[in-house]
Design a binder for this molecule. Sequence first.
Ligand code: HEC
Ligand code: HEC
Ligand code: HEC
Ligand code: HEC
Ligand code: HEC
Ligand code: HEC
Ligand code: HEC
Ligand code: HEC
Ligand code: HEC
Length: 451
Amino acid sequence: MTARAARLAVVGLMTAGLATAVVTLAGTAPARAQPKPGAPAPAAPAAPTEGCAACHLETGDDRLVNPVKAYAGDIHRAKGFGCVACHGGDAKETGMEAMDPTKGYIGKPARHQVVQVCGRCHSDARFMKQYNPSLRVDQVAEYATSVHGRRLREANDPNVATCASCHHAHEIKPPSDPASTVHPLRVAQTCGACHGDAKYMAGYKIPTDQLAKYVTSIHWKTMSVKGDLSAPTCNDCHGNHGAAPPGISWVGNVCGQCHTVMAEMFAKSIHARVFREMGTPGCATCHENHGIQEASDELLGLGPKAACTACHAAEDKGGKSASEMRALIDRLGAEWDKARTYLTRAEHAGMEVSQAQFELNGAREALVKSRAAVHAFTVQAVRKEAEAGLAISEKAYARGVRALEELGFRRKGLAVSAVIIVALIAALVLKIREVDRKIVESSPPKEGRNG
Ligand code: HEC
Ligand code: HEC
Ligand code: HEC
Ligand code: HEC
Ligand code: HEC
Ligand code: HEC
Ligand code: HEC
Ligand code: HEC
Ligand code: HEC
């Protein structure tokens, strides 16, 4: 750390009114790795050399040794901070007096202290800007709005998550690092460590099945199998630090952040109103929230897997509409498939149908659109998309049929020409033989030329 950085930090701390609690950051840099002003922080300093770490390693006590070992891979270590950045004390002392409360030593921070310890730097925009201007500095403020933060503040709840529960205390890494506890592929496990533990959560009236269900979901599969990190994990729906992600007033509305088309249609639909009156959640009524499965046409209509039968019967208006929507989508699916089959057959036979195949993609898109249009919950909306797709499918099908007819015609033509060619060759052969014979008959008997 530079002298300027340290000064700024101290000023920042004083303005934050926290100076009493702590530690001058000037003492936090490793004694020997002092960079020149303006120089970047050391990227990967050697093993901690300060007194705290050395003595802790010597004790052989896991509780004292493990933090030192873990800290070797911590981002704060990489940025040049030592133990005193969080614990206070005097890093230059090698005896027990290093842990001197008059030098700001606070020992192991209590739960409610952790937020202050981390927030000391992370809420200080001026200080953090020297390291990473794009890093947010609202974690403490956001955390205060979460159930975790509220319960810690209001009830001094000893079980809720603090900064160190989700980030750990000594192996903190940026979310982009695959080894970080908050990397997208690891978040579910991090939250699940508490939320999936029925014993730990026994005092609360909430389910503990979120992790178990989430790992069966299409979202987790998309993320873990396809490696598509745009699918959501716990914090995408619940917020990293706050009660909900930014711009979302209630976690039930979070789906629309990504599935915008469905959400817009649903918001204008009759269900949006009646579900609110019934006190039923929006999307989750039909899709669940943690165990979301791949949607299929089976979810629509009155069949055994349909979501509609929970509230509608075959004879009510909603039930009838459900069947009609399903019939339209089934028909489009079948017509598209038929057209595709014909075009593929023609293509394999060597006919030129690439234009028709290209156009048929429009029917595939219409199928996707009509499945989305289900969320308007009117037959009309589905019909509009389905009919467009049906028209394309019919045209493509007609082209396929024509191509196969042309192929038949050409094959017939080919057969006829083949017969003619064979006849011509036969006639030619006969003619040649006849000419040969004539030549043999008219020429004189051969004499030996050299004789
Ligand atoms: C001479 C050896 C020695 C040095 C130097 C030393 N420690 Fe310790 N530290 C110990 C021992 C022994 C304990 C366990 C004693 C106890 O539990 O009170 C301990 C305990 C701790 C604890 C846990 C306290 C708790 O409340 O559970 C923290 C945190 C800690 N040290 C941080 C530091 C920091 C930061 C420094 C450097 C400024 C440091 N130590 C320097 C030996 C040392
Ligand atoms: C980024 C802040 C931070 C830094 C840097 C840091 N610690 Fe800690 N440390 C914590 C927090 C927070 C806790 C409390 C963890 C908890 O409540 O689970 C803790 C706990 C501890 C404990 C108590 C462990 C226990 O299980 O009781 C020891 C010992 C300790 N730290 C030593 C160190 C040493 C030695 C270093 C330097 C190598 C260090 N810490 C660097 C934040 C930090
Ligand atoms: C002494 C000041 C200081 C303290 C105390 C501190 N941090 Fe940091 N932290 C930083 C700095 C500086 C960075 C590096 C930012 C960068 O360059 O990206 C950082 C980086 C991080 C990152 C990675 C951010 C990213 O995406 O790059 C996380 C996560 C983090 N800290 C969490 C914590 C937690 C949790 C605590 C408390 C246990 C804590 N920090 C305590 C200064 C501090
Ligand atoms: C309930 C778990 C949880 C708690 C509690 C928590 N964090 Fe985080 N934090 C996360 C997750 C998850 C991310 C990753 C966000 C992402 O993917 O961008 C994150 C990211 C960060 C980052 C990187 C920058 C950013 O905002 O995305 C910093 C810095 C950070 N946290 C600091 C803190 C501090 C300080 C506290 C305590 C006030 C805290 N966190 C409490 C889960 C938590
Ligand atoms: C250290 C354990 C712990 C960790 C880690 C943890 N939580 Fe919690 N969480 C709790 C406890 C305890 C409650 C309080 C339960 C209550 O009040 O109903 C809670 C409450 C919640 C609630 C509010 C539940 C409700 O409706 O009352 C949500 C949502 C939540 N956590 C999500 C998360 C997410 C997302 C993560 C990970 C990014 C996470 N938690 C990590 C312990 C934890
Ligand atoms: C696709 C979005 C999404 C993802 C991913 C997600 N949740 Fe939820 N979660 C929700 C919704 C929606 C609710 C219901 C909120 C309500 O009804 O008020 C909820 C409710 C909760 C609750 C309150 C208790 C309950 O079960 O109703 C907890 C705790 C919770 N989630 C934790 C988690 C954890 C832990 C993960 C990761 C393993 C996770 N969630 C992943 C959307 C999500
Ligand atoms: C952070 C973005 C994001 C959020 C938030 C989100 N999803 Fe998804 N969802 C995806 C991605 C990515 C996929 C997988 C690829 C795809 O089908 O687009 C997916 C897939 C799905 C599927 C399967 C689609 C199919 O093709 O069969 C359903 C159903 C679904 N999500 C419903 C929901 C519901 C309900 C919520 C809210 C509780 C939600 N999603 C929240 C991004 C998100
Ligand atoms: C009343 C029940 C119901 C509600 C409420 C509902 N959906 Fe659906 N959703 C369905 C049905 C049925 C399908 C399957 C349509 C099909 O494949 O024929 C579906 C399909 C989907 C798909 C996959 C579409 C595809 O391309 O295959 C996604 C994504 C989706 N829904 C997201 C949402 C979101 C986001 C919300 C909330 C805004 C929501 N749904 C609300 C019934 C519902
Ligand atoms: C949680 C209960 C619930 C579920 C599940 C549900 N609906 Fe509804 N739906 C209602 C209620 C309540 C109404 C308004 C009263 C009515 O007309 O029956 C309604 C109305 C409708 C309407 C308008 C009927 C009219 O009067 O014009 C349609 C269309 C509809 N639903 C289709 C569906 C489809 C399709 C599904 C399955 C994908 C479905 N609903 C699932 C409760 C539900």
